[in-house]
Ligand binder design. Structure first.
Ligand code: ADP
Length: 518
């Protein structure tokens, strides 16, 4: 169990090497066979506990980004299927929300146990459809499962309040009640964890859910949903639809039965969903893009800074919203850091995630590679230097070389926007004030990282950073027990921890009056 809590980084995962050895160099077909044999290769949507195709029979193909091969086809659903999924969630809500907290907790705990039991198959599925190395995929399964475990426990702690009354014949109570049916829209970069950290607290609170996973990675979502059914989560409490994203999104937004939208994905789509939620005044949680600064001060421990920046930058091929997007390095340590960092990045092994030793898989698609190319070209045309990588990888397809770009400044796309790829821009700075000003010079505000040995400076800088998460001398900070979420245009609300429950609860005030005996 040592590898459970903190996700994604090889360091933690190495504590359980036998798990990986079993997977090493698995051929994609053998991996798929293994998943099929376990019964977890589900290729239909889930509505009201029934596996269904799209009503018009249309399908979409799911590809392995490492090979370009089609893994499976899933239904291309739209508004009709979504409306039915909402109805099923709505009718199940009345029974699920009335169960005792202990009953809901037990079903969630069963689900957690089943995810852990099938962690190897789920990890293979994640690597096949998303591309991340199997070690990271296993890390994601453990991380994803941890939300179900944590919220199965939190289900029992939805306490209300009794408020001292201003009048002696009254008693004032506060009840916390589930918000109702939830529409959850999730991205492809964490095919399991982005779902469990929404569905876990939603079900724990008594809500029912319609999930729309990314069309790039629906298979993990469907496998997880199958395990939820096996665990005793009632049919209709968790529904999965996928296909035409804007149609599904609109059906969720239009419905008066859907009381909450929770979304992880791009800032542009998040804004649309927030706008679309206005007409029915839904509760909204958004986890949107980041532009994480990673500040390395002259007084940092260089080994800690290199290790932390490497982990924060290259996890999932740079495709996470908390990935270090700008590595700001103080002048006095710049050359030494750049040298040590390049050396560390040279150790990143690019390849198919199923192959032993791979630490960087492909990017999700061609558009992602083109975006990376555009950002690197923009930087070099404005005076930055590529000091490592800087090209598509010789493996072809959507593989890109682990890249370090030096002398990046505020005018470059690499500074202004999220590159979402394996490119580390190094930005020199002079003073602490400069670093804070550069770090905050963005509309995003999700994660930030600081490397320094000074305790006063760590406090000062952590407090000055306009970000929802700050890692001090640590590059991997996500855990189910801490609140995850952004400020500014990185989003609304928090996921994980006790705060993650509030997003799925309404506060009801009950005033009991005329209590004096007559
Ligand atoms: P990314 O660039 O990471 O794929 P997106 O925001 O495009 O980010 O996708 C995140 C999720 O939002 C995916 O499930 C995608 O299908 C969904 N999505 C995209 N456009 C819309 C839309 N108009 N309405 C609802 N969901 C959408």
């Amino acid at each position: 169990m040592a590898m459970r809590r903190v996700a994604f980084h090889g360091r933690h995962l190495l504590s359980s090497p036998h798990l990986f050895r079993r997977h090493m160099n698995t051929e994609p077909m053998a991996a798929l066979d293994r998943i099929r044999n376990s019964g977890l290769l589900k290729t239909q949507g889930l509505v009201g506990g029934k596996w269904i195709d799209s009503y018009d029979g249309k399908k979409i193909e799911v590809q392995n980004p490492a090979t370009g091969d089609v893994i499976a086809s899933v239904p291309c659903m739209g508004s009709k299927e979504t409306t039915d999924a909402i109805s099923s969630a709505y009718s199940t809500y009345s029974s699920w929300s009335k169960l005792t907290a202990a009953e809901r907790s037990k079903a969630l705990r069963n689900w957690y146990d089943l995810i852990i039991k099938h962690k190897d198959e789920l990890a293979l599925l994640i690597t096949l459809e998303q591309g991340k190395p199997i070690k990271e995929a296993l890390g994601e399964v453990n991380y994803g499962a941890s939300f179900i475990e944590f919220f199965s426990e939190e289900a029992k702690r939805i306490y209300g309040d009794i408020i001292p009354a201003p009048l002696s014949d009254r008693r004032l109570l506060v009840l916390k009640q589930p918000v109702g049916v939830v529409g959850a829209i999730t991205p492809w970069n964490f095919p399991l964890a982005m779902i469990t950290r929404k569905v876990g607290p939603a079900l724990a609170c008594g809500c029912t859910v319609v999930v729309k996973p990314s069309e790039y990675t629906p298979l993990t979502a469907l496998a997880a949903a199958d395990l939820a059914l096996q665990a005793g989560i009632p049919p209709g409490a968790l529904n999965i639809v996928m296909g035409n994203a804007p149609e599904i999104g609109d059906a969720l937004l239009k419905s008066t039965q859907v009381r909450k939208i929770t979304f992880t994905g791009s800032t542009a789509v998040g804004k649309k969903l927030m706008e679309g939620s206005a007409s029915t005044v839904k509760k909204v949680s958004l986890e949107l893009g980041g532009n994480a600064p990673c500040i390395v001060f002259d007084d940092a421990d260089i080994d800690v800074a290199v290790k932390g920046s490497l982990a924060a930058k290259f996890r999932n091929s740079g495709q996470t919203c908390v990935c270090a997007n700008r590595i700001l390095v103080q002048e006095g340590i710049y050359e030494e850091f750049a040298k040590a960092f390049v050396k560390a990045v040279q150790g990143v092994q690019v390849g198919n995630g199923l192959v032993e030793g791979t630490s960087q898989g492909p990017l999700i698609n061609e558009a992602a590679v083109q975006k990376v190319e555009k950002f690197v070209n923009d930087a070099t045309s404005k005076g930055a230097n590529v000091i490592l990588g800087g090209r598509r990888h010789s493996l072809g397809k959507t593989f890109y070389e682990p890249t370090v770009v030096s002398n990046v400044n505020r005018d470059m796309l690499l500074f202004k926007d999220e590159v979402f790829g394996p490119v580390a821009p190094l930005v020199p700075f002079k003073t602490e004030e400069d670093a804070i000003s550069m770090a905050n010079d963005t509309n995003a505000g999700l994660a930030a990282y600081v490397f320094t040995k000074s305790i006063p400076r760590s406090w000062r800088v952590s407090e000055a950073l306009e970000y929802g998460l700050v890692g001090v001398n640590e590059g991997i900070i996500s855990t189910e027990v801490a609140p995850f979420g952004g400020v500014k245009q990185s989003g609304l609300g928090r996921e994980g921890s006790k705060y993650g429950m509030d997003e799925y609860l309404e506060v009801k005030y009950v005033c009991m009056g005329n209590l004096k005996e007559t």
